[in-house]
Write a protein that binds this ligand. Structure first.
Ligand code: KIV
Length: 288
């Protein structure tokens, strides 16, 4: 039984550290709205991420780049209202934190104040290491994200695995360690060879959550719409579908449409009645 299932309270970073120390795998899933959050809560996950993958999964953009702070804040606040026990992480969108420490702090403070998220996530090493340090100094817990960083996928050569040469893998490990040293509470590692994650793990004391990063990470994250089969598009190699909700949803709406068109829905039990005396008065009053 997980800590939060046992206690019914919100998980803390200390709980995650204890799970890592005990070798218990951490479960993270994305969510973008209130029902999604309630489903993640009921499934007993440890961490919910309002990823900027929302741009594609629920807002219909063709990459994560266009999503705005206001859009992410609205989605994150809805998720917060549906969660009780998992930790809530919110992605800071592209363009909302990179320019300066001041910009990063102002954006992250908006997320914390307006959504109630527990941590914010930022992508990349490089200047993001300075941003992470500034956010932590301002009292905001941070999740780093290395490997494939979709906000800057174009400069990485597209949506492809990272760290596939020894030199690139060394740089990735250096970035990860620097993010830890900057005070990050957790790290997401996306789309890197399993060997790279295995080489990385001994260097990190903070929980490492993998996605397409092999089995050695402390936990795994998948996108809600991918794992439930809700997303109509090509899936990354690392996606495993655990349900086919899109097919079930289409079948449900098609059955509804058939019944509306045939008149089978609504049936008498779906309607409201009125006292017979009132119905009689109505008939008299409206008789032509
Ligand atoms: O935006 C997102 O959903 C993410 C996860 C894939 C880690 O960053």
């Amino acid at each position: 039984m997980s800590v939060h299932a046992a206690t019914g309270r919100r998980l803390t970073l200390g709980d995650l550290a204890a799970k890592k120390a005990a070798g218990e795998k951490l479960v993270m899933v994305t969510a973008y709205d209130h029902p999604g959050a309630q489903i993640a809560e009921a499934a007993g996950v440890d961490i919910v991420l309002v990823g900027d993958s929302a741009a594609m999964t629920v807002l219909g953009y063709d990459s994560t780049v266009p999503v705005t702070v206001d859009e992410m804040i609205m989605l994150t606040a809805a998720v917060r209202r549906g969660l009780r026990t998992p930790l809530l992480v919110a992605d800071l969108p592209f363009g909302s934190y990179e320019a300066s420490d001041e910009q990063a702090i102002a954006t992250a403070q908006r997320f914390v104040k307006e959504t109630g998220c527990d941590l914010v996530k930022i992508e990349r090493g490089g200047t993001s290491i300075d941003r992470a340090r500034a956010l932590v100094a301002a009292g905001i817990p941070v999740v780093g994200h290395v490997g494939l960083t979709p906000q800057t996928a174009t400069s990485l050569g597209g949506y492809r695995a990272q760290g596939r040469t020894a030199a690139a893998a060394r740089q990735l490990i250096e970035d990860a360690v620097a993010l830890q040293d900057a005070g990050c509470s957790m790290l997401v590692v996306e789309a890197v060879p399993s060997d790279v994650t295995a080489a990385l793990m001994p260097h990190l004391a903070i929980p490492v959550i993998g996605i397409g990063a092999g089995p050695d990470a402390d936990g795994q994250v998948l996108v809600f719409h991918d794992l439930l089969g809700l997303y109509d598009g090509p899936a990354a190699k690392f996606v495993k579908r655990y349900a086919d909700l899109r097919t079930a949803a289409i079948a449900g709406i098609a059955a509804y449409a058939d019944e509306v068109r045939s008149g089978a829905y609504p049936a008498p039990e779906h309607g409201y009645g009125m006292p017979e005396a009132e119905a009689a008065r109505l008939r008299t009053a409206t008789a032509g």
